[in-house]
Design a protein around this ligand. Structure first.
Ligand code: AMP
Ligand code: TRP
Length: 346
């Protein structure tokens, strides 16, 4: 799908949309790959819409009470990390019904072949595809709906979501082509910084994930200082000291990961980390990394606990965000239905 006019996006105002699943504790991967950058985009003054995608979370089983708590916790994490509900729209997906409606419309645009090629589906379903929910298979079209419902032009995500944003572009292009309109923009994935793919602390070939059965594989945003220090101390690495140059990290996935995490936390480049720690062993580097992580995460988790003491206030903030989101989404959904030939007479 490349037949989009080159100047298509010029028609649309700059707008950022991104989402995180409230399916468990947010991890250091979520923080560095997503949340920290969401705050930066907000502070750059771009219009930002951030969504706790509870409809995505239920593509795999969620205990209802746990889902509600995790959604509030994720909202608290966003606010504690610097998302200002007065400057960004922050809401949970299911409060804006247009997401589900747009999701259906786009299910009728996306092709089975495109969905079958999604690597996250293949990874998650594995050999058990027959037992997965239909929602898990269709989830990338719901993600496309999330983005296109706001005519978002930029989508900050970690590396693992790039293919889904590309699918969103294909869906937008097919819609525009089939209905002979230039209604949807072609949203760009924003994948920036040293930590777009934070790896598991137990296995340098797997991404750090909130759904990993091993808690030792990840740093949770709510872990206390001792737990963070212990998890980094026990992180799997090779026995060599850190190299004197970045090239020396080739083939050393675990060491590379810890260097990237340090760089992203300190807002410096991996080269600068190597300049400081090259030649030093993990006995020196890991405690320095743990101290840095604690200094960045502890104030956030303290603020999260404070916010969590007043769940009604969190719900109120999400409600206000949902109203603002709905006001943008409804006219775009209505126009989409109109373009597709639905009668709108009430
Ligand atoms: P999820 O937890 O799957 O809802 O992901 C929410 C956001 O965090 C997405 O933008 C992901 O790409 C990002 N993310 C999740 N895990 C990682 C990771 N290990 N490294 C970098 N980004 C991540
Ligand atoms: N699928 C994303 C993930 O699991 C979350 C998500 C849902 C999202 N809708 C989105 C991300 C829209 C960016 C834009 O990480």
């Amino acid at each position: 799908m490349t037949d989009q006019p080159a100047d298509l996006n010029a028609k649309f105002q700059k707008r950022i949309f991104s989402g995180i699943q409230p399916s468990g504790n947010l991890t250091l991967g979520n923080y560095l790959g997503a949340l920290k950058r969401f705050v930066q985009k907000q502070d750059e003054g771009i219009e930002t819409i951030y969504c706790l995608v509870d409809l995505h979370a239920i593509t795999v089983w969620q205990d209802p009470e746990a889902l509600r708590r995790q959604t509030r916790e994720a909202a608290a994490a966003f606010i504690a990390a610097g998302i200002d509900p007065a400057r960004s729209i922050l809401f949970n997906q299911s409060q804006v019904s247009a997401h589900a409606e747009m999701g259906w419309l786009l299910n009728c645009v996306a092709r089975m072949g495109w969905m079958n090629r999604m690597t996250q589906w293949k990874d998650k379903a594995g050999k058990n595809a027959e037992k997965q929910s239909l929602g898990l298979f269709a989830y990338p079209t719901l993600m496309a709906a999330d983005i296109l419902l706001y005519h978002a032009t930029m989508v900050p995500v970690g590396e693992d979501q790039k293919q889904h944003v590309e699918l969103t572009r294909d869906i937008a292009a097919k819609f525009n082509h089939d209905y002979k309109v230039d209604f949807f923009p072609s949203p760009a994935p924003l994948i920036e910084g040293a930590a777009t793919r934070v790896m598991s602390l137990r296995d340098g070939s797997k991404k750090m994930s909130k759904s990993d059965p091993s808690d030792a594989s990840r740093i949770n945003m709510t872990d206390d200082a001792d737990t963070i220090a212990k998890k980094f101390r026990k992180a799997v690495t090779d026995p060599e000291p850190l190299p004197e140059t970045l090239e020396g990290l080739e083939g050393r996935a675990e060491a590379r990961n810890l260097v990237n995490v340090y760089a992203a936390l300190a807002d410096i480049s991996p080269e600068q980390v190597i300049a400081e720690f090259g030649g030093k062993g993990f006995g020196t580097f890991k405690p320095a990394l743990a101290d840095l992580a604690v200094s960045k995460l502890e104030p956030i988790s303290t603020e999260m606990s404070r916010l969590m003491a007043d769940p009604a206030e969190i719900d109120r903030i999400l409600g206000v965000g949902a109203e603002k989101a709905d006001a943008i989404a409804q006219p775009i959904l209505a126009k989409t239905l109109d373009i597709m030939g639905m009668i709108r007479s009430r």
